[in-house]
Ligand binder design. Sequence first.
Ligand code: TNX
Length: 505
Amino acid sequence: MRLQFRPGIVLSCMALAVLAGCAHRRPAVAMEPTPVAHIVPLPGALQAAPGVLRISSAVAVEDAGAAPMARRALDELLAALHIASADAGTPLRLQRVDDPALGEEGYRLLVDDAIHLSARTDAGLLHAVQTLRQLLPARAGTDYRLPRLAITDVPAYRWRGLSLDVARSFLPVDYLERHIDRMALFKLNRLHLHLTDDQGWRIEIKRYPRLVEIGGASAVQGGRAGYYTQAQLRHLVAYAQARGVTLVPEIDMPGHVQAALASYNALACDDVANRGTYAGVEVGFSVLCLDKPEVVYPFVRDVLEEVAAIFPSNEIHIGGDEIRHPLYADFVARTAAMVDAMGRTPVVWEEGSVAAMKPTALVQLWNDGYAIEAAVARGHRLILSPCSYLYIDHGNRAGQPGADWCRAEGVPLARVYAFDPTPYRTAVGVEAALWSEFVHTDAAADARLWPRLAAVAEVAWSPATQRGYPGFVRRMAELRAHLDALGVHYYPEPDLGWGDAADTR
Ligand code: TNX
């Protein structure tokens, strides 16, 4: 179609230009463009007020020492933006308030002539700081403007997580540190570490040194070997804790144990021929010898005791996936009872729900169609990881190399976002999973995780009735600079207009 000259349009443009000219004579404050509050996950309630608050060079922080975690995050944010602390600066108050409506992690953020952050807990205040971080630019400038607004924000779910498979292919400590910082920006609070599998054993166990000498030296074909010392894991636990993230360890048993069998052959049944390490991608072939309880249970107990001594998390994941054995349910019941006796809560993959466990045991759903009702009826609460929405080892788009067994079309950003947890009435939350059979480098992990993990964060935090993909896309597109500042090698997601970025997988 040819464009035609339409005088009406030109005239109305001229009229608009005149009006715009008039606007120049309005008071300066009205001229401040009100920045859009692009926050992910979407806050529960946000009321915008006219105008902005300008912060020129300094803020005056008052915190009464009540929130060390939030204060550390705030100091880091101010330092990154070169905003000084000075008595004459814009007032910024962190305050603990006794408001039950805010729960364990909710917060309020009010921007008027000052910045007020309030919450019942340090964790809540930390989330308030993360919201402030998203409202401010990602990199240092000279002066800053904050929209005047009032936010009240409480998470929908207490478990907002990611499971990282460091067993098939290892991820170094410095990657995990960076990753924890990124999770915190989106208010994600559980990092589940899948520490053992057929292809590798990644956690030092002092009573069984060969687990890391042999099991730690193997990996999936093309992947990275390696292991974490107990000192490194204790460091990571503290690092994560300071950022509001709980590390949840998983020792996958009684299947997925070839690395353990290769390290200690006695754990295998006597007729097992394959006692070496494994670098393939098959599942379901290895099992602790459940017919030798006198060998297996002392091992399991010793390992879990060391795990519990390193990880203070309430929950300890004992695996239980993809293995058939007549003594399977018995094993899961006994192992879950051990975790209970240590004063912790066991978590099992969905298949483990056939075992007799206390109703407090958490069950992690991973096959969309798994008949979970029986477990729910027995009182088990759920961690939701249905693979067709949350298995982000699958492609960002159809045809991307990697896993596709659950959904041939991959698990694109919009698909992740479309997950609705609300029908699962007893869910404690939502957890995405990054398996690493085909994800072997830091950059490849980044490109699987981001931006999809931001969608996971919104699914788990924001009220299902208020969130929507178009709004998420608009807000998330604006946060690209924050991911850039953190050095994230995200997937160049076309829905967000990021298709120009290098695809670093
Ligand atoms: C299923 S999900 C597995 C993992 C694989 C993954 C690959 C689950 C509990 N087990 O062992 O790595 O599929 O997508």
